[in-house]
Design a protein around this ligand. Sequence first.
Ligand code: KG4
Ligand code: ZN
Length: 392
Amino acid sequence: MLVLGIETTCDETAAAVVERHDDGRAVILANVVLSQIAEHAAFGGVVPEIAARAHVEALDLIVATAMADAGRDFGALDGVAAAAGPGLIGGVIVGLTTAKAIAMVHEKPLIAVNHLEAHALTARLTDGTAFPYCLFLASGGHTQIVAVRGVGDYVRLGTTRDDAIGEAFDKTAKLLGLGYPGGPRVEQEAAKGDRGRFILPRPMIGRQDADFSLSGLKTALRLEAEKIAPLTDRDVADLCASFQAAVVDMVVDRLRHGLRMFRQRFGAPSALVAAGGVAANQALRHALLEMAAHDEVALVVPPPALCTDNAAMIAWAGAERLVHGLHDTLDTPPRARWPLSQVTGPAAPAFPAPHAGERTEQAIATDSTETDKPEAPAADAIRSDAASSVIA
Ligand code: KG4
Ligand code: ZN
């Protein structure tokens, strides 16, 4: 099954072609990402109107490049997938409309993919991870711990009560004058700094739920910075290191609780999976590795280029849906907001229902007595970002 994917929900214009074999193996034939960093840098963040215009200007060429890299023409596609939300609505409209046009002209099914579902399913693209697994999804707008039980079958176990983790990284970068994009800049500075110099709070640690809170940490960081202003390069590095250490400690604690909740409700997960832009952070990846070894759970973290926004994950999610016969009509609307809990799956869930008497929190949850596990895609023949090309 050959699927073209298009991603335009934020500041990356991306197109990819992914092939899904009948046994579930995936091959990324093309993965093109045009970052708009230069366009937004002067403003210290993404400007929605500029992003939408940049998507309009670039997308046709990005799609053509992806198809040329893949060496296939539109007629060979089995489906056209686009991120239909959640995201900045101008960009979503550009990507979804383009996908609709290609689908209509070439008479192919359209798959309107939820961007968060695409992050959630990336571990199956890269590692063939079997359902069910415990997902830590951390991006610029979302921080969630989710039980991924099948395609379109997601149960949220925890979320942030205020800022998303990526947002906290971005705000910290802005406060310290590091510019945009924040996460990678804070990580770079943190690598040079002393994580023990500032004692910052670790909100939520020890609580029995799996929720997060970032705003107290953000405020504490600001107060520390104000106390010692003007800041030297060393101060900035030490503040970044102390901030990142606090975030990592909190994430590890919250994931321990999330995993405990997962096991209580759904039994053992096949893996702990990290996804979303924040999962590109190396300090976090190391901490998760230690934690997973201690908790005796396999850890799957896709390569950084597939953690941050890309279209290979959109194409893959499209293929995962199409294989279940799930596709969308040409009047499918773009959505600025689209919680993962509202994503629907095939009529019968791909994995056994929760323990007796338990109901899922999903909007369209379906309990079933079906016990067949789907065959997990084999990991060995998967090329992850080997075929990626990054423009600019
Ligand atoms: O998933 P993503 O690429 O886009 C969204 O869907 O939001 O995530 C972007 C977020 C940004 O907040 C960015 O600062 C953060 O992920 N991020 C990082 C790193 N790379 C990206 N945060 C911490 N460390 C990084 N290395
Ligand atoms: Zn994302």
